[in-house]
Write a protein that binds this ligand. Sequence first.
Ligand SMILES: NC(=O)c1ccc[n+]([C@@H]2O[C@H](COP(=O)([O-])OP(=O)(O)OC[C@H]3O[C@@H](n4cnc5c(N)ncnc54)[C@H](OP(=O)(O)O)[C@@H]3O)[C@@H](O)[C@H]2O)c1
Length: 282
Amino acid sequence: MIRTIETLTEAGVLLRSLREGIDYSTATGRMLAGIFAALAAYERELMHERAAAARAAARARGKHTGRPAKLTPKPADLTFEQAATVAISGLTALQGLRDHGRIEPGQEVLVIGASGGVGSFAVQIAKALGARVTGVCSTNKVEMVRSIGADRVIDYSREDFARGEDRYDVILDVAGSSSLTRLRRILTPEGTLVLVGGEAGVRWLGVVARLLRARLLSPFVSQKLRTFLSSENHEDILVLRELIESGKVIPVIDWTYSLSEVPEAIRYLEEGHVRGKVAITV
Ligand SMILES: NC(=O)c1ccc[n+]([C@@H]2O[C@H](COP(=O)([O-])OP(=O)(O)OC[C@H]3O[C@@H](n4cnc5c(N)ncnc54)[C@H](OP(=O)(O)O)[C@@H]3O)[C@@H](O)[C@H]2O)c1
């Protein structure tokens, strides 16, 4: 089984359960939710495999095949580690830009957090959809973001992307490092701001507060302020597969760790070195 670490919370849950086993009597709700979500996802995957086998058998017998599963064969040129990153980060980037940002060819798109898991997909997908893309990341990752197709890269440690004269038709904010006011200032009057992540460095309620503020404000301003939760669906996985097979999108894997190296992987994540995604092979 191959999984990528999607969030530090998820990584923490995995690490803690490996180190200490799972003590359900003292586990926090969040920790249990993480464990159960992982188990449920694994169970779902097994069920899909069984359902696919049953459908294949039904097809062979000439019977009705039912609803398609969320599984699709991985593109031949992709490693299993790369394929494992597509489901959440790739779908989030695709749905954020296409469904919520409604990007169109020729538009100016800003991806804040362009060097990370979601952002590295977003830069490539926005380019594939014909946009002109500006990516925001830290100094050490500028070259990587340029290499995946960004027309312009802003190093946030040297330049404040919200201060310039540039205006964007669509902003995909993955990093959550800026206030709504700052982001709206660099959005065109009819532009769309898509918040992917909550506000960085604030506690749970603070994260929700920014998303709520955007939702409440949106009907009263000319700009569109969107929040969303990505959804897994077969059609979108096929879209990503086509983008990957055509060479327009290449999942970026920074490093692959074995299960016993999970502590090291988490340290690497926490230190902010990761370009794209980190994968754990089990
Ligand atoms: N809505 C959904 O359905 C959905 C789905 C998946 C994920 N998410 C959320 O999306 C967020 C990010 O996910 P991810 O996996 O892409 O994270 P990630 O891999 O850690 O990437 C974070 C990005 O933010 C950048 N960044 C950090 N500080 C910044 C700053 N001060 N200014 C500008 N950019 C900054 C990082 O750049 P450097 O590394 O160069 O510093 C990096 O590119 C998380 O909050 C996650 O929960 C939401």
